[in-house]
Design a binder for this molecule. Structure first.
Ligand code: FES
Ligand SMILES: [Fe+2]
Length: 332
């Protein structure tokens, strides 16, 4: 059996015309990964971070390298109350990044602090605010009530590491033509795409033939910023997917997905549907991955009338670039 060869375009040839690190909320992990009193290292946004949960239950995120002699606070660091103690010499930092204690010194140097991140914890996700121009958050991620509701299953979680940048994944949803050719849909979906400041919403109707039965699946996708989208699948088996790309570095992302299914379905059907939706979503997703890893970006693409609102999507996405922001969205 031969192994398929995977060609990979050199990262510096990919011709990206957008930043790897958009101004947005970025999911850096799941709530269940960081219990009370626990510490996790995380590489994200081109740097090393440390996530920890204080005894008060609150998650805090700091830059990982200790300003004293450079130890990684996420490797051997310990939670003391609601603060984090460095493993090397025991300096202690609070959630604002300030050093609060040095066990063997009488005076804390003024420069003894690490960078601290603005954190939100919603929908079982841990998110940090990244702004290319250093501004505080200019929008929020909504709580999606279905996640955590007893009327929906517990999430099935998937994580995929991909050599690409965030915009390629999000653009995929408005790229009508590829559903037909790459995903084997009988015809391209009908698409409505709307934008409203930092948000987009999209309705996608797909006619689908399975086991000799034709049905129409309607998907509603709501995006909040560059790296958070929630998909609602309607029909006899309602399902939802959260999708959040996290830039690791300039050329790599981790895409996190969580799939839930309505508990209105009978238990046996429900678990079969949950498996099927997760499996189908991942199978289709994996068809996109080699395209993303090997493609280049065409800043001024040659488009045809059936292609979908790719240019409108890119115009919307520009507000998350360094030097842009909410004002450029209003000017759209
Ligand atoms: S390196 Fe962190 S306390 Fe010394
Ligand atoms: Fe796709």
């Amino acid at each position: 059996m031969s192994t398929p060869i995977q060609i990979r375009t050199r990262d510096d040839e990919k011709n990206y015309d957008f930043s790897p690190y958009p101004s947005s909320w970025i999911q850096i992990g799941w709530s269940h990964e960081v219990g009370r009193g626990e510490v996790r290292p995380r590489r994200a946004l081109g740097r090393e971070l440390v996530i920890f949960r204080g005894q008060d239950g609150q998650v805090r995120v700091l830059d990982a390298y200790c300003p004293h002699l450079g130890a990684h606070l996420g490797v051997g660091g310990a939670v003391i109350g609601d603060e984090l103690r460095c493993p090397f010499h025991g300096w202690q930092f609070d959630g604002s990044g300030a050093c609060t204690k040095i066990p063997y010194a009488s005076k804390i140097p003024g420069r003894a602090r690490v960078g601290a991140w603005t954190v939100r914890e919603v929908n079982g996700q841990i998110l940090v605010w990244h702004d290319a121009d250093g501004r505080p958050p200019w929008f929020e991620i909504p709580e999606v009530p279905e996640f955590g509701s007893s009327e929906w299953t517990r999430p099935r979680i998937y994580e995929t590491t991909i050599r690409t940048r965030w915009r390629e994944l999000v653009e995929n949803g408005v790229d009508r033509g590829h559903f037909f050719a790459l995903h084997g849909f009988p015809e391209p979906p009908e698409l409505e795409f709307r934008t409203d400041g930092h948000r987009f919403s999209m309705t996608s109707r797909v006619r689908w033939r399975r086991f000799g039965v034709e049905r129409t699946v309607t998907l509603d996708i709501d995006g909040y910023g560059a790296c958070f989208a929630v998909t609602r699948g309607h029909g006899e088996a309602p399902f939802m997917v959260l999708g959040c790309p996290m830039p690791i570095d300039a050329n790599t992302i981790i895409h996190r997905q969580a799939v839930i299914v309505s508990r209105r379905l009978p238990p046996l059907v429900r678990s079969a549907v949950a498996r099927f939706v997760g499996w189908t979503a991942m199978r289709e997703f994996r068809r996109d991955v080699p395209i993303w890893q090997n493609k280049v970006v065409i800043p001024r693409p040659v488009l045809c009338d059936g292609d979908g609102p790719i240019v409108r999507f890119r115009t919307w996405a520009r507000q998350f670039e360094p030097g842009a922001g909410p004002a450029s969205a209003a000017a759209e």
